[in-house]
Design a protein around this ligand. Structure first.
Ligand code: CAA
Length: 255
């Protein structure tokens, strides 16, 4: 097992633990991430933090040694596996935060892209260097990166394979914030900015925002109307508005 899933206070923490290979993703490791996500979804955790063991690397991408000498059918199934596990991360019921402690290259960058938020240590490095291997990103990078930073910047990163440092990543919107060590307390403090809100409202808000890049404006507005109406039907909405008029902090119950 090269991942570790732990539950600490209201957080689930998923750590990739393969530092000898800079936390590169073997197929077995990707399957383990998939199983861990099922466990997270069934838990009472309010946010998932994803990080890599060691100070050097978040994740250096798919395991290049494993990618060699596979049949095209195996390569296709490999891409589908990575895509489906990262899609499960994207669709998790709770928000996720990539805590990028070092290299986030190839599949590692794509892992961070599938999280709801990205925090970067000052030494974090991002890149989709597949082109240097004669390849292209296969775990969602060509689709999620342009949605996040725009087509021109995504095209440049993917066609040149160049490395983006933390400052630039922040400037182009690839990461939400740069955080100083110790990273995990900084990440939990960031996550606590939203974990106290109603679980359903957080879920509806994420779904509505995600829809923005997947559909037309009119369709997206219809989704927003539906989901915002659904939010009014929750006990948490009654509580939130009642607490406002009673001038007290709300107590959300997630229903
Ligand atoms: N796969 C397999 N092993 C990897 C790896 C990877 N992606 N990245 C690093 N490693 C291994 C190295 O082989 C090395 O192991 P050995 O000592 O047994 O040889 C160990 O990790 C340490 O790596 P380096 O000696 O290379 O460390 P460095 O500090 O000199 O360089 C690095 C760090 C710049 C990240 C460099 O390791 C590197 O370029 N790694 C590959 C990054 C990459 O190309 N990622 C994309 C992979 S393809 C992909 O992800 C496809 C997709 O879309 C899903």
């Amino acid at each position: 097992m090269s991942i570790r899933l732990s539950f600490e206070e209201e957080f689930a923490v998923l750590r990739i633990e393969r530092p000898e290979a800079l936390n590169a993703l073997s197929s077995a490791l990707i399957r383990d991430i998939g199983k861990a996500l099922e466990e997270v979804d069934a838990s009472a955790a309010r946010a998932l933090l994803v990080t890599g063991a060691g100070e050097k690397s978040f994740c250096a991408g798919a395991d290049i040694k494993e990618l060699m000498n596979r049949s095209l059918d195996q390569q296709k199934r490999g891409a589908e596996l990575g895509q489906s596990v990262f899609a499960a991360l994207d669709r998790l019921r709770i928000p996720s935060v990539a805590v990028v402690n070092g290299y986030a290259f190839g599949g590692g960058c794509e892992l961070a892209l599938a999280c709801t938020f990205r925090l970067a240590a000052p030494q974090a490095r991002f890149g989709l260097p597949e082109i240097k291997l004669g390849l292209i990103p296969g775990y969602g990078g060509t689709q999620r990166l342009p949605r996040l930073v725009g087509e021109a910047r995504a095209m440049e990163m993917i066609l040149t394979g160049r490395t983006v440092l933390a400052d630039e990543a922040l400037r182009i919107g690839l990461v939400n914030r740069i955080v100083e060590a110790p990273l995990m307390p900084a990440a939990t403090a960031f996550a606590r900015e939203f974990t106290g809100f109603g679980r359903l409202a957080l879920q509806f808000a994420r779904e509505a925002v995600q829809r923005a890049s997947q559909t037309t404006l009119n369709e997206g507005l219809r989704t927003e109307a539906d989901l915002s109406t659904l939010a009014y039907s929750t006990a948490d909405a009654d509580e939130g508005m009642k607490a406002f008029v009673e001038r007290r902090p709300p107590v959300f119950k997630g229903c």
